[in-house]
Design a protein around this ligand. Sequence first.
Ligand SMILES: [Fe+2]
Ligand SMILES: [Fe+2]
Length: 177
Amino acid sequence: MRAETTLFNKGDNMVSEKINEIINEQINKEFYAGYLYLSMSANLKELGLFGFASWLREHAKEEVEHGLKLLDYLLERNSFVTLKQISMPSFEFNGVLSVFNLLYEHERCITKSVMEIAKLAEDECDRKTLTFIDWFIEEQVEEEQNVKNIIKRLELFGDEKSSLLLMDNELGNSTKK
Ligand SMILES: [Fe+2]
Ligand SMILES: [Fe+2]
């Protein structure tokens, strides 16, 4: 905990110490997710699945954006940004389906921690944080669904190489602006 914590609740706009801490943790989780998805992307690129790889790389960038959004929120609330160490992600994966299953599990963990922020904000009657975190809840619903859809199709067609190639092209095209 930082020394500045003694200053907590002295400013009108500041979040509570607990909310400050949990948002700092969430910043770390978002950046870690970005790191993990980049590692997955590199792995699939090595396998020649360029479309899946660029989809994952785009997703990694979104996670960094989420981290920045949280960081900016703390600054807006005159609160403290404490960047923590980012863990090393796994770099060994077992094929494209296992990558996406792992991604899905990871997104579910992120959803859980976003919900914990909402719960804490609710307990503390912090309306601003509740409104702010709503965007993340919506985003998580969408992301879980997108990943689930990819898994469904991989389970159906993944063993057929021509279908896998089609999916790879499709995902690659979806990332082209
Ligand atoms: Fe995220
Ligand atoms: Fe995500």
